[in-house]
Design a protein around this ligand. Structure first.
Ligand SMILES: Nc1ncnc2c1ncn2[C@@H]1O[C@H](COP(=O)(O)OP(=O)(O)OP(=O)(O)O)[C@@H](O)[C@H]1O
Ligand SMILES: [Mg+2]
Length: 585
């Protein structure tokens, strides 16, 4: 029940509305009760050979119906309003929380799974909670009112009816437990199905290329089938409740009828009184039927809420230390001091070991090494996507863990191996790091990245939308937009991870020229398989298996016999010749 209380806590800001809703429920119950209490005067006064008070009774009846209707409308409107607000709040918090998690968090979960938490679990809570809560309060009030009236009419008869109540408690509780565990499974399966679909859809090209459409469709269908089974199990439990209640109600009605016939025979009860009693008893049916589902509904809400709270209680954020200071703009050095690093999931496997080197502001550092050597891992430490596990990374002598994240990341512009573009206009994508930049600045950045010409060639130019992840652009065009974005960000530290790998030689040369402009007056970490940029670097760090194998400039490293850089360079030259040959074809 802890989760339920926590969930209710989210409704606290809206307690004014909740109070109004409860008031409306009381009005509803008063109306409902009013209708029932009019039954006796109808039987004993109006429906007699000498009718009396017809007008009054009719007026009161209308009034009672109007009260009941108004109460029903206002209470369900207000409760839904509160429910939707709570859910909106919960969803926003969840999304913000997830966005703030570390890179490690995202690498251990799929986006489909996360999307499912944000959408399906939250709407499950909403469905279950807002209706259930409204029913719980409204129908309980009604039931208590009716039951009290039954006792007023005839205590003996009422006791006979109430005696059947304990019979229903056990099945209600058992079925509630079943509903909770099955709902949890259902949500997990929902998550799986979202994951399968999003993987298949985002990877549609590969799916088609490998002719795997029907395999993927089968995977989806299998996930759908098990979701169907689980949902039917929930339905079986939920649908069993009303008939069960109805049957027990039948038992109560039959016993009451039998007892009433005796009492009427003895002249202790009028037909009008018994009519009113029966009417009140039958009016109890609808509210009790709703109440019988309340527990199951609460269990459903709890199951989904548990999954949301688990996520909200996961804290893998790269944390800002209390008292972290903003980092001043880079003045003198960036230093890796004996840095070691292992990913969380493989703490014994050290991806980086004893990495030490110092870069002066304005220099270009090139990181070279074979695939898997740890180059990307190394540069990911600079914006603190991950924290070092040993040693320290210092900017102007300050450990980056002592600085605020915003000030640190504000100094870094990034062009990564996979260029992330958003389904937005070209202009907004370039201005992502500098929202509100003027069109002139955006165009200047695009010109510097040699992107302006191709942008002008696209229908709509800077206002053209580029599709999810920039699908409507070529790889090289995407890279140039990412470079333009980095240029516009105008940060003192620049990280280029394979920023030119998707370009042909010609545009690469053009972009290289742009990069040379970009790197001027900035401290740049560049990872490039092609070594033309590397040649001009002030410092080359050759990584081998996570360790610094060589440190120096092109001229100092190129002639070292058996050196890592010399070897890479030789391979590169071969490659380059092949490319030149291809380009001439
Ligand atoms: N999120 C992760 N979790 C666990 N291990 C990882 C993760 N990312 C990378 N690795 C491992 O770290 C090692 C170094 O990877 P990294 O991406 O830094 O290499 P790289 O030098 O950039 O290679 P490439 O030139 O191919 O881009 C690899 O062996 C890889 O398996
Ligand atoms: Mg890499």
């Amino acid at each position: 029940m802890n989760e339920f209380r926590r969930l209710l806590g989210y409704a606290r800001p809206f307690r004014g509305r909740l109070a109004l809703a409860v008031l409306a429920m009381l009005v509803y119950a008063a109306g409902a009760l009013g209708i029932v209490t009019l039954v006796q005067p109808i039987f004993d006064g109006v429906l007699t050979p000498t009718p009396t008070g017809v007008g009054w009774v009719a007026m009161l009846l209308l009034g009672a119906f109007a009260l009941k209707g108004l109460g029903a409308y206002a209470s369900s409107y207000l409760m839904t309003d509160v429910g939707q607000r709570v859910v909106m709040d919960l969803r926003n918090r969840l999304y913000r929380h997830i966005l703030n998690q570390s890179a490690a968090f995202f690498s251990s979960r799929t986006s489909g799974q996360l999307v499912s938490r944000i959408t399906n679990d939250v709407s499950q809570v909403q469905r279950a909670a807002s209706e259930t809560l409204a029913d719980l309060i409204r129908e309980s009030v009604t039931v208590v009112g009716f039951a009290a009236y039954l006792f007023v009419l005839d205590a003996d008869l009422a006791i006979i009816c109430v005696a059947t109540v304990p019979l229903v408690v056990y099945p209600l509780v058992r079925l509630g437990q079943r509903v909770r565990s099955t709902t949890r499974r259902g949500q997990e399966e929902q998550e799986h199905i979202t994951h399968v679909a999003s993987e298949g859809l985002t990877g549609h090209r590969i799916v088609k290329a490998f002719g795997a459409e029907s395999r993927e469709a089968d995977r989806f269908a299998a996930a759908g089938l098990s979701l169907f089974r689980t949902n039917m199990r929930i339905t079986a439990a939920m649908s069993a409740l009303p008939p069960l209640m109805e049957f027990i109600g039948g038992v109560a009605a039959a016993s009451a009828l039998w007892y009433a016939s005796i009492k009427i025979g003895r002249g202790e009860l009028t037909a009008g009184e018994f009519g009113a009693f029966l009417f009140a008893a039958f009016s109890l049916y609808a509210p009790i039927k709703k109440l019988s589902r309340v527990n199951a509904g609460i269990q459903q809400a709890i199951a989904a809420a548990q999954r949301i709270f688990e996520m909200l209680d996961t804290h893998s954020e790269v944390k800002e230390r209390p008292g972290a200071q903003p980092l001043a703009p880079l003045q003198s050095t960036v230093e890796f001091r004996d840095v070691g690093f292992a990913y969380d999931d493989t703490p014994d496997r050290h991806i980086l070991r004893h990495v030490s080197f110092t870069v002066r502001a304005g220099q270009i550092v090139a990181l070279v090494g074979l695939s898997g050597a740890g180059k990307t891992t190394l540069v990911n430490l600079i914006p603190r996507f991950y924290d070092v596990t040993e040693g320290a990374l210092l900017i102007d002598g300050v450990d980056v863990r002592e600085t605020t994240l915003a000030s640190l990341r504000g100094q870094i512009a990034l062009v990564t191996q996979e260029n992330v573009l958003f389904d937005d206009t070209i202009g907004s994508n370039i201005a992502y790091g500098a929202p509100g930049a003027s069109r002139t600045l955006i165009e200047d950045a695009a010109r510097a990245a040699h992107a302006h010409d191709f942008i002008m060639g696209i229908d709509g130019g800077y206002d053209a939308r580029i599709g999810e992840r920039g699908q409507r652009l070529s790889g090289g065009q995407r890279q140039r937009l990412a470079i333009a974005r980095a240029i516009l960000t105008n940060a003192p530290i620049l990280v280029l991870d394979e920023a030119t790998s998707a370009l042909d030689s010609e545009s690469e040369q053009a972009v290289q020229a742009a990069l040379v402009n970009l790197m001027r007056d900035r401290t740049t970490f560049v990872i490039a398989h092609r070594l033309s940029t590397v040649r001009h670097a002030d410092l080359i760090v050759a990584l081998e298996d996570g360790q610094v194998a060589e440190l120096g400039t092109h001229d100092s490293l190129i002639d070292r016999p058996g050196g890592v850089y010399a070897r890479l360079h030789a391979l590169q030259m071969l490659d380059e010749r092949e490319r030149q040959y291809e380009d001439t074809l």
